[in-house]
Design a protein around this ligand. Structure first.
Ligand SMILES: NC(=O)c1ccc[n+]([C@@H]2O[C@H](COP(=O)([O-])OP(=O)(O)OC[C@H]3O[C@@H](n4cnc5c(N)ncnc54)[C@H](OP(=O)(O)O)[C@@H]3O)[C@@H](O)[C@H]2O)c1
Length: 277
């Protein structure tokens, strides 16, 4: 093994990725961080982080990323943290097919492409960690977030299957399930509504007024919101525990959602969840 363990972290321009890249560097990792815009590289590079341009919707950028990282490490990679994503907000009946396609392309297909490219490397070296930043919305669906729920539910299915298929190879696979975390996530979700949802002509027009206030941060902080360091604590466990868990649940609201889903009959559970969000 190299003197420092190596990791690819995606979506490092803001939020959880930006925090985790720096925290990993501080904790002794060699960090390969991805962003989509050239101008987002400098501040990471200034902190000693090696940066790459990668967009999950551009397959060639994923291929290039892996080739360049492996060229720098001599063909080794200890860990991958798939993190870069966005939330397409909007009622399911208002979602143009293109908006759903782009959500799945970004949050699922791109992650799958990158993951598939690192598995053979980890198999050959007989160790590795793959950590997926999922969401409580990959376990408990909320209204007005159908596309995002669908992307994270799909991610859960793929990741848990991969975990079972990689048992005994030395490669650990985990999902982190955050509840509300302070980042640019809601601002980016707002942009996704403005881009794809015809709010004025929707039967849910009045509900959108409330949703848009929430996404603009005008209805106050979400209950139980934590900073990205809470996700980093889970990431660290998933990367370093001898036996990493399948799920790391982060924030009280996320823990409560998982517990209620376990305890309540389904019809009652979805009636309660259907009043939230
Ligand atoms: N914040 C929350 O409440 C919360 C809760 C549960 C789960 N999560 C998950 O946490 C992860 C990180 O989100 P965050 O909260 O840190 O939000 P964020 O501040 O919006 O960061 C998202 C990152 O993903 C990148 N990204 C977006 N589309 C991409 C694409 N096509 N290819 C590559 N990167 C892309 C963004 O880059 P640009 O700046 O270029 O757009 C940005 O760097 C996501 O997987 C999200 O689903 C967040």
């Amino acid at each position: 093994m190299a003197d420092r363990p190596s990791i690819i972290v995606t979506g490092c321009s803001s939020g959880i990725g930006a925090y985790s890249a720096r925290a990993l560097k501080r904790d002794g990792w060699r960090v390969f961080a991805t962003v989509r815009r050239e101008e987002d590289r400098a501040s990471l590079e200034a902190d000693g982080i090696e940066t790459f341009l990668m967009d999950y919707t551009q397959a060639e950028s994923i291929e290039r990323l892996v080739a360049e990282v492996l060229a720098r490490t001599g063909g080794q990679l200890d860990a991958l943290f798939n993190n870069g994503a966005y939330g397409q907000a909007g009622a399911v009946e208002d979602l143009p097919v293109e908006a759903l396609r782009l959500q799945l392309e970004t949050n699922v297909i791109g992650w799958h492409d990158l993951t598939r490219r690192v598995v053979p490397v980890m198999r050959a070296q007989r160790h590795g960690r793959i950590v997926q930043c999922s969401s409580i919305l990959g376990i408990v669906p909320y209204r007005w977030r159908g596309a995002y729920n669908a992307s994270k539910f799909a991610l859960e299915g793929l990741t848990l299957t991969l975990r079972m298929e990689l048992a005994g190879t030395g490669i650990g696979v985990s999902l982190i399930e955050p509840g509300p975390i302070a980042s640019r996530f809601t601002a980016n979700a707002l942009a996704s509504v403005e881009r794809h949802i015809d709010v004025e002509n929707s039967v849910h027009r009045e509900e959108y007024a409330r949703q848009l206030r929430r996404l603009r941060g005008e209805s106050g902080p979400a209950r139980g919101k934590l900073g990205p360091e809470a996700v980093y604590a889970a990431l660290k466990q998933a990367l370093t525990a001898k036996s990493p868990k399948p799920h790391y649940i982060v924030t009280q609201p996320a823990k409560q959602g998982v517990l209620l889903k376990k305890l309540l009959p389904a019809a009652l559970f979805y009636r309660i969840i259907g009043r939230l969000g």
